[in-house]
Design a protein around this ligand. Structure first.
Ligand SMILES: N[C@@H](CCC(=O)N[C@@H](CS)C(=O)NCC(=O)O)C(=O)O
Length: 211
């Protein structure tokens, strides 16, 4: 398999970490959505990442859909998505996590791609992120298990950790997790100490070629 996209993208990173945790081999093409847009377009007309090229040449897009396919390949026993009723709760935590990432990426594009920041949009993003952090903090507090949905790390854990890392890197100082969201701060620290998280990362830098 070939994974396209840079690891400073929270969406690419959550996909790569899941591949590692599943023990699935992949080649990495750290192409930038701006600088390498035409290369990405050969596989994905949306020119977005992550894009995953399967061994049979089929191309998967959208991190949720890519992870769903990986879960099927891994099989029910190993799947990083819980079954039964917990599945819908885990999917919601994943959606809240990618929602934070979406808003944080949007604020980067607003300030560094458009070269202007619309105050009403930035305020909206900030209040959406704050609201989601509150909901995730409450959710993690309710779950008494080692990981969000049991005794094994799952997509919800990885997704939230990747979103929090991106938020902190791209918007340093805006949300101090240790101040307002201690469960999330502890969750992020625990994930970032694991080998796949240490291996799969890229410092965020604001250039026209970033993410
Ligand atoms: N919903 C998508 C979001 C992916 C995303 O926003 N990727 C960014 C990089 S962090 C991207 O491709 N941006 C270029 C664009 O949207 O045109 C997913 O989960 O895969």
């Amino acid at each position: 398999m070939i994974l396209i996209g840079q690891f400073d993208s929270p969406f690419v990173r959550r996909t790569a970490i899941a591949l590692r945790l599943y023990g699935m081999e992949f080649e990495h093409r750290p192409w930038s959505v701006f600088g390498d847009a035409q290369k990405i377009a050969r596989y994905n007309p949306l020119m977005r990442v992550p894009t995953l090229v399967l061994d049979d040449g089929d191309v998967l897009i959208e991190s949720h859909a890519i992870l769903d396919a990986l879960d099927q390949m891994a099989g029910t026993q190993k799947s990083m998505m819980p079954a039964g009723e917990a599945r819908r709760h885990a999917l919601k935590v994943c959606a809240l996590g990618t929602g934070i990432a979406d808003k944080a990426v949007s604020m980067v594009y607003e300030t560094h791609v458009h070269n202007r920041a619309t105050p009403a949009w930035i305020d909206r993003c900030l209040s959406q992120i704050a609201g989601v952090l509150g909901e995730l903090e409450a959710s993690r507090s309710r779950q008494k298990t080692e990981w969000w949905f049991g005794d094994r790390i799952g997509h919800a854990d990885v997704t939230v950790a990747c979103a929090l890392r991106f938020l902190g890197d791209a918007h340093a100082g805006l949300f101090d997790l240790s101040e307002g969201w201690p469960m999330l701060a502890a969750h992020a620290a625990k994930c970032e100490a694991l080998p796949p998280f240490i291996e799969i990362q890229q410092p965020f830098s604001v250039t026209p070629s970033s993410t």
